[in-house]
Design a protein around this ligand. Structure first.
Ligand code: ADP
Ligand code: GLC
Length: 472
């Protein structure tokens, strides 16, 4: 099975969120299952790895443009980089006014590259709106190209809120037949146009990153206006829970931790907590519960609930550390909270991977009351690191966190159902009460740490999808 895995961010080369973790770990797991798989991603300005393998590859896009191609190996996994400085040498990955054009170019370049690097892929695995035009180009501009006769596509939705929206007046740029704007499978979407919509209509199968989210996105509440399309394609839609990279996120060997620990010896976790408290200039009081947040600071992640709950949380003895960046309103709030409670609250604004690992290890409780959460990786990292998650029961959070049942000593965390501050605070209080009973807490931690969140079984499900869409 030959697979091209197209993703706009891949750890360790570029990352803004969980997509990058998945885009490295899933191909690795698929390779272990025997797939011949290669990643293709853009070469952003910050990427230095690899070597130049194609100097000027023509890409039929907006007249004709060229890109060069770089190559690297991630372990033994081949990674190709599309290098087009005019599109990808920007200050960040996304957020530019010409984003749709940039990634449309990337999509076209992925297809051109396929033809240069070996036999036709059985499947091109696309991820989110940035790759949405790959199935569209394949079904139109490349429909008569014998090289691609047997190539199928799947599209994984990591976050339906991001849809690659653009003004239909710029459709001409993309070298697509005009019928692909307003026709039956057109990209037009309520007055604008969307690359994600194109991908969803033209791919052979749609996957998303948890079973719960696969159901939720078919409803108006979570469908971001695409629920109708997803209901229409429901027989080609499946939810497959993300795994985690168990080499990267392993408390017995994590290179970023001051001490290591395991399910049979948790002593190192206390050392991690001590060091974390020092990092944030908080009092070294190991018996006080330490709550943590590591997150993009967006509405998705439930920050308005966290803010509404904060006074009541701070009435307890708990301390809080926060790592994140994003919306100004949230950064300002946490800065003010830190300033008014310097002995209770620590904050770090920015992206800091070592610190994310240190927080997962050093904290006692992880807060993730998301409004929606396609999968969520942090709650799984928390569980593996013996840090108890408190989550809202949505998407992958619902699929991975089971409420702790003290009578039967079952469950791995705490979850609440409605997007409601009182329910959230109740769960926080319940967690803090449980924390006070060391033996019970220990069992709760062990329940989480002994779970299997490896990619092995999910990768097999992707392989089943590849077999199902395969054309021969
Ligand atoms: P999302 O992809 O929606 O942001 P996930 O939980 O799937 O949510 O993945 C988030 C990933 O990004 C995790 O690997 C997490 O550790 C990481 N992360 C988020 N914010 C930061 C940050 N400020 N610094 C370092 N890592 C972060
Ligand atoms: C998105 C989602 C997150 C998911 C990640 C990886 O960023 O917001 O829930 O875990 O993609 O699939």
């Amino acid at each position: 099975m030959r697979i091209i895995f197209a993703a706009s961010e891949v750890v360790p080369y570029a990352k803004t969120g969980g997509l990058a973790d998945v885009a490295a770990a899933l191909p690795k797991a698929l390779m272990t299952l025997g797939c011949d798989i290669s990643i293709v991603m853009p070469r952003y300005r910050t990427i230095n790895a690899g070597q130049l393998i194609i100097d000027a590859m023509p890409v039929p896009f907006a007249g004709r443009r060229y890109c060069s191609v770089w190559f690297d190996r991630l372990g033994s996994l081949p990674v190709y980089f599309i290098d087009a400085p005019q599109y990808f040498h920007r200050s960040g990955l996304y957020g530019e006014s010409d984003d749709v054009e940039r990634f449309a170019f990337y999509c076209r370049a992925v297809l051109e590259l396929c033809k240069r690097i070996g036999p036709p892929p059985d499947v091109i695995h696309c991820n989110d709106w940035m790759t949405g035009l790959i199935p569209v180009y394949l079904n139109s501009n490349y429909a008569a190209d014998p090289y691609f006769f047997k190539t199928a596509t799947i599209l994984t939705i990591h976050n339906l809120a991001f849809q690659g929206l653009f003004d239909p007046s710029s459709f001409g740029l993309f070298d697509l037949d005009p019928s692909l704007l307003y026709g039956e499978k057109g990209l037009e979407f309520g007055g604008v146009a969307s690359t994600l919509k194109g991908g969803l209509l033209h791919c052979d199968a749609i996957t998303t990153v948890s079973r719960r989210y696969a159901q939720e996105i078919q409803t108006p509440e979570y469908g971001f206006r695409m629920d109708g399309i997803l209901r229409y394609r429901r027989y080609s839609l499946i939810g497959i829970l993300n795994g985690i990279d168990e080499d990267e996120w392993d408390p017995t060997s994590d290179k970023y931790l001051p001490a290591h620990y395991s399910i049979v010896n948790l002593a190192g976790k206390a050392i991690c907590k001590r060091e974390l408290l020092k990092t944030f200039n908080l009092p070294i009081e190991l018996d006080r519960p330490l709550l943590a947040i590591v997150s993009r600071m967006t509405d998705q992640k439930g920050f308005d609930l966290i803010i509404k709950a904060m006074d009541r949380i701070l009435e307890t003895k708990a301390m809080l550390v926060v790592l994140g960046s994003g919306a100004d309103k949230y950064e300002r709030y946490f800065q003010a909270l830190r300033d008014s409670h310097p002995d209770r609250v620590g904050v770090y604004f920015g992206f800091n991977n070592p610190l994310a690992h240190q927080i997962e290890a050093g904290a006692d409780i992880f807060l993730m009351p998301s409004y929606y959460e396609p999968c969520g990786l942090n709650q799984m990292y928390s569980l593996r690191y013996g840090t108890v998650p408190i989550v809202r029961a949505t998407g992958g959070l619902d699929d991975t966190v089971e409420n702790f049942d003290r009578a039967r000593m079952r469950g791995n965390g705490f979850k609440f159902y409605d997007y409601d501050v009182n329910q959230f605070v109740e769960r926080v209080y319940e967690a803090l009460l449980t924390y006070a009973d060391k033996d019970v807490w220990h069992q709760l931690i062990i329940n989480g740490m002994s779970q299997d969140f490896s990619w092995a079984s999910s990768a097999r499900k992707y392989l089943d999808v590849y077999h199902a869409v395969r054309r021969d």
